[in-house]
Design a protein around this ligand. Structure first.
Ligand SMILES: NC(=O)c1ccc[n+]([C@@H]2O[C@H](COP(=O)([O-])OP(=O)(O)OC[C@H]3O[C@@H](n4cnc5c(N)ncnc54)[C@H](OP(=O)(O)O)[C@@H]3O)[C@@H](O)[C@H]2O)c1
Length: 283
């Protein structure tokens, strides 16, 4: 009997140590948190793709800080449902849905027209929406290029004057460490290009097949950041005081990061800007 209870206590100690190690590991995986206590009363923020994932967590935090938050989402039902969640979780009623489909340049123009007519301010624009799936946009561009880059490029440019009027204002464009592994192929910008999955446990992988999703779910629970943690760098860039001099830099884990030489190539950046102006109909 004594032997058994000794074994039980050993087991309990081992279980406690394992749980403790796992908890410390999860804290490590989730990484740094936005430390700013900045309030945003009187400020207006747009968060694209904020009906789920990192975008919705970002919207809740900004609404808690007192901002008027515009949920710019493509689907009315999901967008309205997110308004309820964000209002409930933030305790703020100053949260509204506006329809924006970044896979349609017409929709981007219509969104900005409505926004500029109905809203006086724009203090922070968060380009968060993103897809990881094949397909083409309404305008015939590869879906990932069209939504993740081109739609946001047009959106940002059409909102730039309002952002400047409300200066000091900020634009945060959510990106991925995967940019380190890519090159821009200007000849095939209109086609889909495969890339791997990032490391935050959100809805981004919803378009993978069932088997891959199940496998990913198990791995994600242990090794991926949760969405709360995934939103921290976005929030840091949106509200942290004292980082103004770092405008234009790449942030990860709430800190500015060095990027590879190819990500600092001004000639490529200029070419991408010009191509994007042409493809989005800005020039
Ligand atoms: N998860 C990661 O591991 C990871 C890693 C690095 C970077 N990121 C980036 O983080 C950002 C947020 O991703 P997430 O992980 O939160 O993904 P998510 O859970 O899949 O959320 C993506 C959001 O984008 C919206 N969206 C997709 N296509 C759109 C369109 N055409 N127009 C407007 N909105 C559209 C989605 O709306 P619907 O619900 O209507 O589809 C959804 O609200 C993305 O830019 C992603 O590339 C994610």
């Amino acid at each position: 009997m004594l032997y058994f209870s000794l074994k039980m206590s050993e087991l309990l100690v081992i279980a406690g140590v394992v749980i403790g190690v796992l908890m410390i590991f999860r804290i490590y995986v989730n990484g740094a948190r936005c430390k700013s206590k900045a309030k945003l009363h009187g400020k207006t923020v747009i968060v694209t793709g904020s009906n789920t994932g990192i975008g919705r967590v970002t919207a809740v935090d900004l609404a808690r800080r007192g901002a008027r938050v515009i949920l710019a989402c493509r689907n009315q039902t999901r967008g309205q449902a997110a308004v309820d969640v964000v209002q409930r979780e933030s305790g703020s009623k100053n949260v509204v849905y506006m329809q924006l489909d970044l896979a349609s340049l017409k929709s981007v123009r219509s969104f900005t027209e409505t926004f500029l007519k109905t809203e006086r301010r724009l203090d922070i624009l968060i380009n968060n929406a993103g897809v990881y799936m094949q397909g083409t946009t309404e305008d015939g561009f590869g879906l990932m290029f069209g939504v993740n880059h081109l739609g946001h490029f047009l959106l940002t440019n059409l909102l730039l004057d309002r952002l400047k009027e409300c200066a000091p204002s900020r634009i945060v464009t959510v990106s991925s460490y995967l940019h380190n592994h890519g090159n821009i192929d200007f000849d095939t910008l209109r086609t889909h290009k495969e890339f791997g999955v990032g490391a935050i446990n959100s809805d981004l992988a919803r378009n993978l097949n069932k088997m891959s999703r199940r496998l990913l779910k198990g791995i994600a629970a242990l090794f991926f950041k949760d969405v709360e943690a995934g939103a921290q760098t976005t929030l840091h860039c949106a509200v942290q005081e004292g980082i103004e001099a770092l405008s234009g830099r790449y942030f990860s884990n709430c800190a500015v990061q060095k990027v590879k030489a190819k990500a600092q190539d001004d000639a490529v950046a200029k070419k991408l800007w010009e191509v994007s102006e042409t493809l989005s109909g800005l020039s």
